[in-house]
Ligand binder design. Structure first.
Ligand SMILES: [Zn+2]
Length: 274
């Protein structure tokens, strides 16, 4: 299923693989060090640390590139064909220092456990476990409490995740309906799930998918994503016409976009810590 999604906040570097001088440089400096082991390789930084890099073939890629997946906390090197995988590994090897630096500055993971502090609609809440089966509730206070009943502490995380997904779906369904009316379009369905490094996507058959983590961000961020994906029902690209649609739905959409650029990494670290 091919769709469009917003640019994630991942930092990436790309390079035209055919650029001969760089390729020669790889051969001289890195051939002996790079070991391609099916789809995983290891590279070494100048100070001797070893960094795992996942190798991926993507026929749509026009060049080799390396990027950081903040949710999985790994580096991914992409090549347009299997034949170019070695170039991708070499390209990553040359950037071992950059990869190690980017991985080290990823925010600490926040486990969804009792006592943890987690944002909900942009407001920090303290997570509290209570024995029982009722639906989670919020108690005002400083900080406000998000109380998630679960018969067993082992079920606490899944209860909370269910709650975040339900809340995200309710908010997104409402915002999507509003923006769809503005643009005169009809989405087939709204779904909320674990979307690794993306925030949302729109499939060719009109299904809008969103990351549950949007419920953690201030409401204008979720609203921006709703406007963004609904606009793809009009324009399946990121052309100027597309951004005109987004602005029609939400004149101040830039705010939401900037928030994700700035804090996206921190949001991705919530509910991970593995
Ligand atoms: Zn998009």
């Amino acid at each position: 299923m091919r769709g469009f999604h917003i640019e994630s906040h991942e930092r990436a570097v790309t390079h035209a693989w055919a650029f001969p001088r760089i390729v020669r440089l790889f051969r001289m400096r890195f051939d002996s060090r790079v070991r391609i082991d099916s789809l995983q390789t290891e590279i070494e930084t100048t100070d001797g640390r070893r960094v795992a890099v996942k190798l991926v073939v993507n026929p749509r890629a026009r060049r080799v590139s390396v990027r950081i997946d903040p949710t999985r906390r790994e580096a991914i090197a992409t090549a347009p064909t299997k034949r170019h995988l070695k170039h991708a590994a070499q390209f990553a090897a040359e950037r071992a220092g950059w990869i190690a630096h980017e991985l080290s500055r990823l925010p600490q993971g926040v486990l969804l456990a009792p006592g943890a502090m987690t944002p909900l609609r942009g407001v920090t809440h303290k997570l509290v476990h209570e024995h029982g089966r009722a639906i989670p509730r919020i108690e005002v206070g400083d900080p406000p409490l998000l109380i998630a009943p679960a018969p067993d502490i082992a079920l606490f995380e899944s209860r909370l995740l269910r709650y975040f997904k339900d809340q995200a779906k309710a908010d997104l369904t409402e915002r999507v309906a509003l923006h769809a009316r503005t643009l005169g379009v009809k989405p087939a369905r709204v779904q909320v799930k674990e979307l690794r490094s993306r925030w949302g996507s729109c499939s060719v058959d009109g299904v809008l998918s969103f990351s549950w983590r949007l419920i953690l961000a201030p409401p204008y961020v979720l609203d921006y994503l709703a406007a963004h994906e609904v606009s793809h029902l009009k324009e399946m690209n990121h052309s100027r016409r597309f951004w005109v649609c987004v602005a029609r739905c939400m004149p101040e959409f830039e705010r939401g976009r900037e928030f994700l650029h700035e804090h996206g990494c921190a949001l991705h670290a919530i509910g991970l810590a593995r």
